[in-house]
Design a protein around this ligand. Sequence first.
Ligand SMILES: *Cc1c(COP(=O)(O)O)cnc(C)c1O
Length: 411
Amino acid sequence: MTFDEVLALDAADPLARHSNDFVLPAGTLYLDGNSLGCLPRAARQRAREVVEQQWGQDLITSWNRHDWITLPRRTGERIAGLIGAAPGQTICCDSVSINLFKLLAAALSLRPDRSIVLTQAESFPTDLYMVEGLQDLLGHSRCELRKVAETDIAQALDDDVAVVLLSQVNFRSGQAHDIAALTQKARENGALVIWDLSHSAGVMPLQLDTWQVDFAVGCGYKYLNGGPGAPAFIYAAKRHQEQIRQPLCGWMGHSAPFEFETDYRPDRGIEKFLTGTPPILSMSVLEAALDTFADCNPQQLRDKSLSLSELFLQLKSGQASLNELELASPADPTQRGAQLAFRHPEAYAITQALIADGVIPDFRAPDLLRLGFSPLYLSHQDIWHSITILTRIMTRETWRHPSHQTRQTVT
Ligand SMILES: *Cc1c(COP(=O)(O)O)cnc(C)c1O
């Protein structure tokens, strides 16, 4: 592969024009959109408007004048378009962790004669911790965490499993599950599913309605580019909404919050998953960030991210000095999400050396260098340059410099 061939890939890329939608720091190759997406221009503009005009000038009247009150629902419906959900089933609120708590409790109450929450041991830790917390609260007879290896999920589905909780894309390896197949298998065994789409929304083509998924959560600050700490989302299939109750009964989930009634009467639809007042600043910014997705279909996003990661692997295989970085992700692109992970005993120092040279990936303990291939703002040229820089670091062993060895708080 020559640089001219790489340029030709960019010239043919239908998403290339979207890089103009983002504020990208000069001289930075950003391969960490799976941890924190880049800043969309529309989001920056909205932040200014919301702070200066809506909050600064219009104050409390903005709840009506700028429709703050329907922001969770509006933002949810924009996300719905990216996850294959018909209207009325997706809402933006809280963090993934809090949303998992609400959904786990709701789902368990739909299966009162079962107690197991089945998940994979390699889950993102917060997903495991939230089940543990609920287990302490409800007791093991009502909630029992069962962790199995990624490959053993299907066999572990027995009559005691109430809920299967899984991330579509493994946050370390990028290994992707087949949501349709596992959801069907769970249903045949009488279990409900909760899919964590944190590493999927905005980059994987999803058809939650078609696949008859029960519940899902996802993250606003990764591929959706909603900004640091952006609120998350919940999907709850229409067929479950009437009967379920979630335990964090706050006034925003009440069917008439401004009646200020003494007793809790949940909203009958997706709004019952709201708890407290929405974070207007950050949710407005996320809503604007979703504008960038308005005219791209999820399959295009998927094709582009795979084209970038396949190019990375191809260019890497041409550099002998990169052989010691061992692929920890599936080599088959259909089996992985939009990231690649490489194992190396010095992965932390290599990550630091890359950052010092303007390439931003991240490190995941104990020994993974992780690279995200966000399709809206990365080009094939960026991948070429990243490989050049990585090759230089590995050949010259600049990662050995003491300044790259000190572990910082956030990796
Ligand atoms: C990023 C991520 C989260 C984040 O959870 P928060 O509570 O929103 O911080 C949860 N689960 C997975 C799989 C993630 O990748």
